[in-house]
Ligand binder design. Sequence first.
Ligand SMILES: NC(=O)c1ccc[n+]([C@@H]2O[C@H](COP(=O)([O-])OP(=O)(O)OC[C@H]3O[C@@H](n4cnc5c(N)ncnc54)[C@H](O)[C@@H]3O)[C@@H](O)[C@H]2O)c1
Length: 345
Amino acid sequence: MMGCEHLRNLLAIENCEVVAYADSHEPSRQVAASLVKTATGYLDYREMLATEKLDVVVIATPNHTHRSVLEDVLRIGVDVLVEKPLCITADECREVIAIEEQTRRPGRVVWVGLEYRFMAPTARLIREVKSGTCGDLKMISIREHRFPFLTKVDDWNRFSRNTGGTLVEKCCHFFDVMNLLADSKPISVYASGAQDVNHLNEIYQGERSDILDNAFVIVDYENGVRAMLDLSMFAEGSRNEQEICVVGSDAKIEAMISDSIIRVGRRDGGRNGVTEILVQQPQGVVAGFHAGASFLEHRAMQHAIRDRQPSAVTLQDGLLSVAIGQAAHISIAQRRSVEIVELIK
Ligand SMILES: NC(=O)c1ccc[n+]([C@@H]2O[C@H](COP(=O)([O-])OP(=O)(O)OC[C@H]3O[C@@H](n4cnc5c(N)ncnc54)[C@H](O)[C@@H]3O)[C@@H](O)[C@H]2O)c1
């Protein structure tokens, strides 16, 4: 799925050519072949890395493979975009950060695919917070109410050992947005959640799926900002799949992602002073599955490579977003608050 999303977006990016792709699954290679007819297909990505002359590699394999695929790609020295979550645990993320440091060359761009921050209403909300519209930011809440996980190749996403758990796999996007908004270090996480509705009767080779489908997660930041995630994956009847709300000393700002609107309500204006703004996509965006965010991510990465600028979404961002999700799973399992230093020394 995500590999094809990348291909469609890359085809729409100027001065970019997809020369090769690799996938171990024949039907996936066939879909890729139909999208990029002139590119060479490989069964083994290592053969592709050894054969082709590449500038940039995009990794969109299942989460539990990111650690090893990324190591191989980092060692050949090309620029790389690795899909979220960076890896399935904070330890694995720290290992790839160490490998990147050993293999670093000046100007290399290593980018984590946390593209929700590029969705137009989210990007606008972030800009408003950074420019001081809500005053001193105090509270962040993000609600994702959506449909269950889709079916994936070999059903890899039905088991937490492959995904890192829902709060890593899916929610790293939201923890990344929280981290950007809070502009501070996350210090502790408390969560309550379970698998209550979805996949309960799904058995794969004698093993039942163990995918959490709803949770509340509370994150405390060093600067006093507090954040909350409200996740339900059995809420198809939602007008907006994601809603983000921030409250500061002067105003409240909400972003309705599917409706592409933000609302700004200043305290001194009261209920009647709330302004609603329809947020337009930046010019030239090709909207794919993620409201144009993947296209914007690729375009931003291309600019970073051309202008020799650092990555906008770093391995450190990937690590922090995974660590919060992992801490939330530990919190649920052990019914306690988890300090981020337990995972990142
Ligand atoms: N950024 C986003 O919003 C977003 C959305 C969906 C998925 N993703 C991420 O993209 C990645 C892929 O997810 P998906 O939904 O496309 O899954 P998918 O099952 O649709 O596709 C994964 C593909 O990887 C292939 N593969 C597995 N191991 C491989 C290997 N060692 N070498 C080469 N190919 C291999 C599989 O055969 C399959 O074709 C995951 O990390 C997922 O979290 C990100």
